[in-house]
Unconditional design. Structure first.
Length: 110
């Protein structure tokens, strides 16, 4: 549960959304066997969101010169909002003992 909820530390501490799950994974990997899968899922989700937001912002900025890119900025806002909502849902499901898979996540760590 802490792996998923530590993503929200990124809104307080710079790079906390990456450091939180990584540190919890390294500290508790010998104590709790399921922490590895939860931490990898949380980190994969954060890497995916980072790549999508950077690429989307660049594309929206370039297309805004053609009056099309302005339509992509609300989409980026929805993606950023999902970066808040989905870790909370994952933390609640992990607390109940259910594995949660983030949707549309690239598996960087396997």
């Amino acid at each position: 549960m802490l792996c998923h909820l530590s993503i929200l530390a990124g809104y307080i501490i710079p790079f906390g959304n990456f450091l939180g799950p990584f540190l919890i994974w390294q500290i508790m990997k010998n104590e709790v066997p399921s922490v590895e899968t939860h931490a990898k899922d949380a980190l994969n989700f954060q890497f995916t969101v980072l790549i999508v937001l950077i690429a989307g912002f660049v594309i929206a900025f370039i297309l805004s010169f053609f009056c099309i890119g302005y339509l992509l900025f609300p989409v980026l806002g929805v993606i950023a909002l999902c970066d808040i909502i989905l870790p909370i849902i994952a933390g609640v499901k992990a607390n109940n003992g259910v594995a949660f898979k983030y949707p549309y996540t690239i598996q960087f760590l396997k």
